[in-house]
Design a protein around this ligand. Structure first.
Ligand SMILES: Cc1cc2nc3c(=O)[nH]c(=O)nc-3n(C[C@H](O)[C@H](O)[C@H](O)COP(=O)(O)OP(=O)(O)OC[C@H]3O[C@@H](n4cnc5c(N)ncnc54)[C@H](O)[C@@H]3O)c2cc1C
Length: 442
């Protein structure tokens, strides 16, 4: 009899931990494991702000998928799922399209940057979710400093040395905190630029930064940003933007040539095309992570609305911590469906979040405690080393941190990512179909 095939879509926190769990739980030969993912690595996103700031080498935040010894990688993007025929359609990087059958399907395609109908946003904003975007944003900032250094006109120079970040969640807050430190240390390389020429502005419609944390930790993080001269504009949104101007809802206009958009995420486009029930843009699943009425299809992570049994009536937040643990739960339940072990509903009480603000400053809430300063920074570092799922990456990241403490940051810009590759739609594959095949909106 043919072995059952489990196909996992996405090698993020959810998909990667699910496959690690399946490799442990299923006896050798019990099932064929296949992973569909566009890259050959799992990206440890919490380190992206440090990648952008030149603390962590980009490759060190990328965990090689070849560590999954019993899983076959099918490189490419899943562009469609036929639930009746039980097949996934995959397009590889050369555009070749092929199908693969499954007995169990695990959907973990994560999320993409959520954009809104703000004039100029898609054309001029940059997202911050991928390695390509992190490397681009670092090089773009350096390129702007280089240009600004040669400008005599004060207004023109100000546009190149003003950086706007939208969204004061983890990604936006850590990015602005780390980059502000990076640029300050890089200034020595630009003889005509001074610290007072540089402006960092973070904009958020809410009334506090890092709103998922205890309000006192948010306050502390806000005080740290303000002590570093970061302008924090709360209760404001972007009304429109052009290549060199941002118009905010508080009536102000900012001349700037780089806007980083981190204001929320939407489930990867694949799940929206399945014709299955959705909740707030995420695929509806039960507490067992299966799609209702389809025990052969499981979804998890940012793409799925997983009921939070610790807070009845709500769904789990879109965090790495939940995605990783849902991966373990999905592995247990899929293995149980194949006759190995027992299924259980997903239940996880948040262990608390951490935010690294660079320069030995952090805020952390382990097990509902409130920790700030160097102690929080140490907890944050230890947490990342523990959570990185490969020993090689742990060692390299620890070495990166040690070097960053000893040496000044690299300020060369290698021009690795062309502007076009970092456009929001290109960098994050906001659509799973090439433009010609896309259905018209509405
Ligand atoms: C800059 C940044 C910092 C963050 N910091 C933190 C933090 O400190 N703590 C925290 O808890 N969370 C953090 N997050 C959020 C966290 O990254 C997400 O909640 C988590 O990655 C979700 O895991 P996932 O498995 O659902 O998706 P992802 O980790 O996003 O993985 C999805 C995978 O699926 C692949 N994929 C997508 N579409 C397809 C397709 N059609 N076919 C095949 N493969 C596909 C992608 O390439 C990717 O490999 C951060 C996010 C960002 C962007």
């Amino acid at each position: 009899m043919a072995k059952p095939r489990v196909v996992v879509v996405g090698a993020g926190f959810g998909g990667f931990s699910c496959l690690r769990g399946l490799e442990r739980k299923l006896p050798p030969g019990a099932a064929e494991l296949v992973l569909v993912n566009p890259s050959d690595y799992h990206l440890y996103t919490p380190l992206l702000p440090q990648v952008a700031a030149g603390v962590v080498n980009p490759a060190d935040a990328a965990v090689p998928l070849r560590g999954l010894r019993r899983t076959r990688l099918k490189p490419g993007e899943a562009i469609g799922v036929d639930l009746d025929a039980r097949t996934v359609t995959v397009r590889d990087r050369d555009g070749n399209v092929s199908g693969i059958g499954w007995d169990r399907l695990v959907l973990a395609p994560g999320s993409v940057t959520r954009t809104f109908d703000i004039p100029g946003l898609k054309e001029h904003a940059h997202g911050f979710k991928t390695i390509v975007e992190a490397v681009y944003l670092r090089e773009r900032v350096l390129a702007q400093l280089e240009l600004a250094d040669g400008l005599r006109d004060g207004a023109e120079r100000a546009a190149y040395t003003t950086f706007v970040v939208v969204g004061a969640g983890l990604a936006g807050t850590e990015y602005v905190a780390q980059m502000r430190m990076f640029v300050r240390s890089a200034l020595a390389a630009y003889p005509r630029l001074r610290a007072e020429h540089i402006r960092w502005i973070i904009v958020d419609p809410g009334h506090r930064i890092l709103s998922h944390l205890d309000p006192r930790l948010s306050e502390r993080a806000l005080a740290i940003l303000r002590s570093r001269d970061v302008e924090v504009r709360l209760g404001a949104v972007v009304d429109r933007l052009t290549a060199d101007t941002v118009h905010l809802s508080d009536g102000t206009t900012v001349a700037c040539r780089l806007l980083v958009w981190t204001a929320g995420v939407a489930a990867g486009p694949l799940v929206g095309e399945l014709g299955l029930p959705m909740e707030k843009g995420r695929l509806v699943v039960g507490a067992d992570l299966a799609v209702p009425g389809r025990p052969d299809v499981v979804a998890l992570g940012d793409a799925a609305a997983v009921p939070d049994l610790t807070r009845p009536g709500s769904v789990c937040p879109q965090t790495a911590q939940h995605a990783m643990r849902q991966g373990h739960a999905a592995a247990r339940n899929v293995a149980a469906g194949l006759g190995h072990g027992r299924a259980r509903p997903y239940r996880h009480r948040d262990l608390g979040a951490v935010a690294d603000l660079g320069g030995g400053q952090a805020v952390a809430a382990p097990f509902n405690l409130r920790v700030t300063g160097r102690a929080a920074s140490a907890i944050t570092g230890a947490y990342h080393l523990f959570a990185l799922p490969a020993a090689g990456n742990r060692l390299r990241v620890a070495a990166d941190w040690a070097l960053a403490g000893l040496l000044s940051r690299q300020t060369v810009s290698l021009g690795l990512v062309p502007d076009a590759a970092a456009e929001l739609s290109r960098a994050e594959q906001l659509s799973i179909r090439p433009p010609a095949e896309r259905k018209p909106a509405g």
